[in-house]
Design a protein. Sequence first.
Length: 451
Amino acid sequence: MERTDLGNSRPGSDQRRALHRWIFAGRPGAAALAALALSGCAPEAKPRSTPAGSPAVAVSASPPEINLERFRSRSVGQSFSGKPWISHVTTADLDRDGRTDILACDDKLNAVVWLRQTAPGTFAESTLRDQLPAPVHAEVVDFDQDGDADVIVACMGQVFPNNDKIGALILLENDGKQGFSAHPLLEQVARVTDARAGDFDGDGRLDLAVAQFGYNQGEVRWMRNLGGNRFESQVLLSLPGAINVCIADFNGDRAPDIAALISQNYEEIYLFENSGFGTFTQKIIFGSTNEDYGSSGISVCDLNRDGRPDILYSNGDGFAYADPGKRPWHGVQWLENRGQGFFKYHRIGDMDGAYSPIAVDLENRGVMDVICVSGFNDWKNPRAASLVLFRNDGQQRFTRTVLAHQPIQMISVAAGDLDGSGRPSLVTGSFYAYPPFENMARLTLWTPPTP
């Protein structure tokens, strides 16, 4: 959502983009969404062709179905005052008691909070760690490989636009009894928005892939784990606007690769193919000619169940300067992994303000559906959709179903068994960045009705 006027933007880039530098900067909290997305404001959206020959974006003409009874919703966690700033939610069994818990990045508290599931559907919130500099992503992984769950926290340093080196990466190390000590792994760098763990050099230690949004300068890097919380960094890409990094063996050579979403003037997804020894070859696997495409997130899934990791991709941001409203290029798509590092673009469906796409087998039928929330939308319209299901017929043909109209301004969603039923529930987090400040919630639990 932060826009910069880049000297190395594409040929023909309109210099008026210098005026797009965050007219919302005076509105508290809006800039934290830069951890997830950038602006969207242009008349058309045509993806560049990729090695698989992506078609132009098609706009869905059919109206969505509406099913407001698909989930029961209720607020979970502590009560709030003012405008909640939840930038990320995730689910994990943090204490290894067999129940799925919720972790959230709360930028009002500058903390990662833990909602422990103490009984089916019952949660007790505590602060996992506070005094974190604008945390925007929490990754649960046994990073030190001692048998318990640690948490890697990406910190922007400041939620308002800033090009200073104020980002950080913090390891919250679990002592095995859910006591967490903080270890800075990276400090005084361009604002960090995401970090994921993988063994990139094959030495048995978990390394890190890191997205740094920055402002005028940003990076994608990987950090080689030297042991003892010591790291050696190698920059893979020097561009601002990195939102997410994802790790998977995308090309089938049994080495973990990195996919990175770059917003700003670029609106591209890069693939960094790993040799298996920590050397990477980069290529662009998606790019939009619409510099205001509004990239807002990627996630990895096997959508067509062919054994190859695909990429879900949402574009729905527009916070920087544009008024909320209909943008026909906003929506959800997937990059089908065709093998050997090649992908084919598919549009899943339209969705105003789309954020945080995830794949979930909601009905336990062996088919991956897609869930997405809406952050940037015309919330003065009571029929604006805040939570949407794209139901998969098993052949990757999707029916769009509106699940909720409120709470509004949700930017993160995660799934898990959050009520002990064995069926997927959802948890969403809201970040209130612009008026209207109504129909608000901090953290919302969405559970399926009892059969």
